[in-house]
Design a protein around this ligand. Structure first.
Ligand code: ITT
Length: 183
């Protein structure tokens, strides 16, 4: 089985290849880009998947991800990409400086669509805490800030294999892979 993954993020492609391997799904990577609508990550993924499937005239998946920090009412959420580029992790640390509530969730939504079909979405979430310093050099973007109790480590300190065992993306991609294998 083969799936075309539409993303501009090479880290996501690597994680997808590792996660899909055990389902016997190969990943073809393309990056034509797609408009990101205002809305939930499910809406962004569904719209993006439909847009690209019609444009390329073939079935594809996209992944829209956000970091949702409870003390900030879910911010940066769907603005995670912009915030990572502008505020960066240091800015998030500053925003939470005097905050006791450190709870946060990563949410990944896979959008799948084939031409002339309606899109389907698959959501995966993982709970963690935002540290007051960055730790670890693995992973990417928000990973060094995101502490996971079960491992007593941040995503930035986990090996790729460990992150793939428990991550939001593992959960969303696994849901998609199970459904896709049955088609
Ligand atoms: P595409 O939309 O092209 O797939 P992107 O990197 O813009 O790539 P998102 O909008 O889904 O992807 O991601 C929002 C932000 O969250 C962006 O800065 C990502 O680098 C970051 N991000 C996504 N997944 C992450 C993960 O597993 N760990 C840490 N940060 C992540």
């Amino acid at each position: 089985m083969l799936v075309t993954f539409i993303t501009g993020n090479e880290h996501k492609v690597k994680e997808a290849r590792d996660i899909f391997e055990k389902f016997g799904i190969e990943v073809n990577h393309e990056n034509p880009g797609y408009p990101e609508v205002q809305g939930s990550i499910e809406e962004v993924a569904a719209y993006g998947a439909k847009y690209v499937a019609e444009k390329l005239q073939k079935p594809i998946i996209v992944d829209d991800t956000g970091l949702f920090i409870r003390a900030l009412n879910g911010f940066p959420g769907t603005y995670s990409s912009y915030v990572q580029e502008t505020l960066t992790n240091k800015g998030i640390i500053k925003l939470l400086k005097d905050e006791q509530d450190r709870y946060a969730e990563f949410r990944s939504c896979i959008g799948y669509c084939a031409p002339k079909c309606e899109p389907k979405t698959f959501l995966g979430t993982v709970a963690g805490e935002i540290l007051s310093e960055e730790r670890g050099n693995n992973g990417f973007a928000y990973d060094p800030l995101f502490y996971v109790k079960e491992y007593n480590k941040t995503f930035g300190e986990l090996t790729t294999g460990e992150k793939d065992e428990c991550s939001h993306r593992r959960k969303s991609m696994e849901k998609f892979a199970k459904w896709y294998s049955e088609q």
